[in-house]
Design a protein around this ligand. Structure first.
Ligand SMILES: C[S@@+](CC[C@H](N)C(=O)[O-])C[C@H]1O[C@@H](n2cnc3c(N)ncnc32)[C@H](O)[C@@H]1O
Length: 329
């Protein structure tokens, strides 16, 4: 596997030609809405900032084939899978992969000498990451309390739970997880860790349930759902990564010369959390007010009843897309 920001050129491991989304372990959300909003054309250049299992990327790559594709992911395993899948879907295209963070997309694009017509960021994690007990993102099965998207990074959720002050744990669960019982959960965690380390997902989920007490019965979600989401966001610094990505989009759109975004580039972001969507909405609205982009849809696109029924992940998905307005340099 290539190092961070290094090209990957491994042989196919994604399976047979035309691997289906179900086989990939992850069903991409809002697929037809993404294709309609980005409107990929033959010969274009596409960056998938969150390649995941390559569902969106293979559909877009097939539509631009022969074109150019750059895939990016913090998860080296997902990146390799997506690369294999996209290479099969668009055999006449130039396809490269970079193991890295989309917060550095401008720099990565410069290094790859790429100027994108289409950019997609589908935030969060893939179902395969959530379902893999060893990654520690979920609590359905027991596993290490890890949650690192990039497994070459040092700091895990267990480290965070060990090191943060009780009040910081409470703030984190309240702000990122919007859990009204954040303080009770943080108290339980702080009390427990004085006599035993909290190292597994099942242990943390049990502590959250105990902190909820009888309130757990009234909760539609498992009481640990919000705590786990909040920890994942914190471990991977997800909100700041998005902020940096949006800043670099805004910077490229404001510049007059040829940067990493072509003059008529379209940029689409799918978010799953209100704090993420707020950032995307504000950035796109500001660029629209400055007359630099048009919003492809005024309101975010969301999944219809049919999609929600067949893929619960899509329930909270919001897609926003902008198109850069071409200016003379
Ligand atoms: C929802 S999945 C993408 C699924 C993909 N669209 C598909 O159709 O298969 C999100 C992916 O983004 C990756 N990711 C999350 N934050 C990232 C970041 N800051 N930089 C790069 N990749 C990131 C995750 O590792 C995960 O593989």
């Amino acid at each position: 596997m290539g190092s961070k920001h290094g090209r990957l050129a491994h042989r196919s491991r994604a399976g047979s030609l035309g691997v289906s989304s179900a086989d990939s372990g992850h069903i991409p959300v809002l697929m037809s809405e993404v294709l309609e909003s980005l409107a990929p054309q033959r010969g274009e250049t596409f960056i998938d900032a969150t390649a995941g299992r390559g569902g969106h990327a293979s559909a877009i790559a097939a539509a631009i084939n022969p074109g150019r594709v750059l895939l990016l992911d913090r998860d080296a395993g997902n990146l390799q899978y997506a690369l294999d899948r996209v290479r099969e879907a668009a055999p006449d295209s130039q396809i490269d992969g970079v193991h890295g963070d989309f917060r550095s997309l401008a720099e990565i694009s410069r290094k790859q000498s790429i100027c994108a017509d289409l950019v997609l960021a589908d935030l969060g994690i893939s179902s395969t990451q959530l379902d893999d007990a060893h990654r520690g993102f979920g609590f359905q099965q027991d596993g290490p309390l890890d949650m690192r998207l990039d497994q070459s990074c040092a700091y895990s959720a267990a480290d965070l739970i060990r090191d943060l002050r009780e009040s910081d744990i409470a703030d984190l669960i309240y702000n990122f997880g919007e859990d009204p019982f954040a303080r009770l959960i943080a108290r339980k965690v702080a009390q427990t860790r004085t006599h035993e380390p909290i190292l597994t997902t099942a242990h943390l989920a049990r502590l959250v349930r105990e902190a909820y007490g009888s309130r757990a019965r009234a909760s539609r979600l498992h009481p640990a759902t919000r705590t786990f989401m909040a920890l994942r966001i914190a471990v991977n610094d997800e909100l700041r990564a998005l902020e940096d990505f949006l800043k670099s989009v805004a910077h490229a759109v404001r510049s007059t010369g040829d940067g990493w975004l072509s003059r008529k580039a379209r940029v689409a972001v799918i978010s799953f959390h209100s704090l993420e969507d707020r950032q995307v909405k504000r950035t796109f609205a500001t660029l629209d007010d400055e007359g630099l982009v048009t919003r492809v849809n005024r309101k975010p696109l969301i999944a219809g009843d049919c999609e929600v029924a067949s893929n619960t992940r899509s329930r909270s998905a919001k897609l926003r897309t902008v198109q850069r307005i071409a200016r003379k340099s």
